[in-house]
Design a protein around this ligand. Structure first.
Ligand code: SF4
Ligand code: SF4
Length: 372
């Protein structure tokens, strides 16, 4: 007996697949499945997060609908995956934010942007708000640096703590049965597998969309988004070091490292989300968890809007539009931070943890592959 209906269904499918094993070369899910004879809730959540949703096993399966076995691994694992994030969410009382997540994120973004715009209007002299500010410290004419650092530092810290608590619960649930711990080799292998999205390649041919011609577009746009996000994070980190270690205040010239990293990341976060959005609408509906379309779309939209407002701020920072654009950008960034633990963002971290465990399991696997 499992905790939810979708885990019951995932158990049924994994039992069928374990007898069939036709798909074992497609991705990490099937070899990991073959190492088990029965599946706990934690095992199924692990397999669900190991799945990258490429769709290959649905297209290749001789038992997929309309066959009476009704085997649809990508969709079942997509639903189980999303339910697992809610099940491990911390604090438990906020797990409901995963339900109707698109609406939750939209409300958070609207309130956050409105709060910054009204805050700037209320606490800043009109001439300062619409004035032209240039040179080091220009942003802080509109919002004091300490207030900015305290507000965003608190939001970031909250996101880190809540995400770590959720991922820790997941790790315990999937790792405990065989008393496993990460080691450096497994960690390195997982970083490589996550860094090149190894299992999003449909067994080598690419992701399946609305026809049976696979492409690598989804992987490409995931890369734009993932590395764009990392570059923006690196830009913020370098700017923080500049401020506290070198007493150099933002905004920085266009050739300086925070701007170069932020611009490259910002471009990635414009191209990636647009591509992912287009790829999502081209996917076969049979592969998708339609109930989470709102969550997926909201996260993609938040990344895009954060980047768009940041790029607009970069281009127009020496004009009178700087004040309103700063309010807009900070509003999106703040909303993004506080919604990170309760939305699609967590999929990357849960998947990474699943990849660490998989790398470790492979090391322990007997020579010749999984046992019969
Ligand atoms: S998805 Fe279908 S073809 Fe692939 S292992 Fe499972 S039952 Fe076999
Ligand atoms: S959808 Fe792709 S990643 Fe997921 S189980 Fe099937 S083949 Fe593996």
């Amino acid at each position: 007996m499992h905790g939810t209906k979708i885990l019951e269904e995932a158990d049924r499918l994994m039992t069928v697949c374990n007898s069939c094993r036709y798909c074992e070369g497609l991705c990490a899910v099937f070899p990991a499945m073959e190492m088990r004879r029965s599946f706990s809730d934690g095992d199924l959540n692990y397999l669900a997060n190991l799945c990258h949703g490429c769709g290959a096993c649905y297209v290749d399966c001789q038992f997929s609908p309309p066959h009476e076995f009704n085997v649809n691994v990508p969709r079942t694992l997509a639903i189980a995956r999303a339910e697992s994030w809610s099940a491990y969410a911390w604090p438990r009382g906020l797990a409901f934010l995963f339900a109707r997540n698109g609406l939750v994120v939209a409300i958070a973004a609207a309130l956050s942007v409105a709060a910054f715009i009204f805050g700037f209007a209320a606490f800043t002299d009109r001439q300062v708000l619409y004035g032209v500010h240039t040179g080091p410290g220009a942003f802080y004419a509109l919002m004091p640096h300490n207030a900015m650092a305290a507000l965003f530092g608190a939001a970031f810290l909250y996101a880190i703590v809540t995400i770590v608590m959720g991922v820790r619960a997941f790790w315990r649930d999937i790792g405990e049965p065989i008393g496993m711990h990460a080691d450096a080799g497994s960690l390195f292998q997982a970083i490589r597998d996550a860094g090149n999205l190894r299992y999003l390649d449909g067994g080598g041919v690419g992701c399946f969309n609305d026809d049976e011609r696979p492409t690598d577009r989804r992987r490409l746009y995931h890369h734009f988004t993932f590395y764009g996000f990392l570059l923006c994070f690196a830009a913020t980190s370098v700017a923080t070091l500049y401020h506290y270690l070198m007493a150099r205040e933002a905004p920085y010239p266009w050739w300086d490292l925070p701007v170069v990293l932020g611009t490259a990341g910002g471009i990635g976060l414009l191209i990636g989300p647009i591509g992912l959005f287009a790829a999502k609408w081209q996917r076969d509906a049979a592969l998708l968890d339609e109930k989470r379309m709102g969550m997926d779309t909201a996260f993609i939209a938040m990344l895009f809007l954060t980047s768009l407002s940041g790029m607009a701020l970069l281009l127009l920072r020496a004009t009178a539009a700087m004040g309103p654009l700063l309010a807009l950008h900070l509003g999106f960034v703040f909303a993004l931070f506080i919604t990170l633990p309760y939305g699609k963002f967590v999929h990357g971290l849960y998947r990474f943890v699943a990849l660490v465990r998989y790398a470790r399991e492979r090391k322990m696997m007997p020579a010749g592959g999984p046992t019969e």
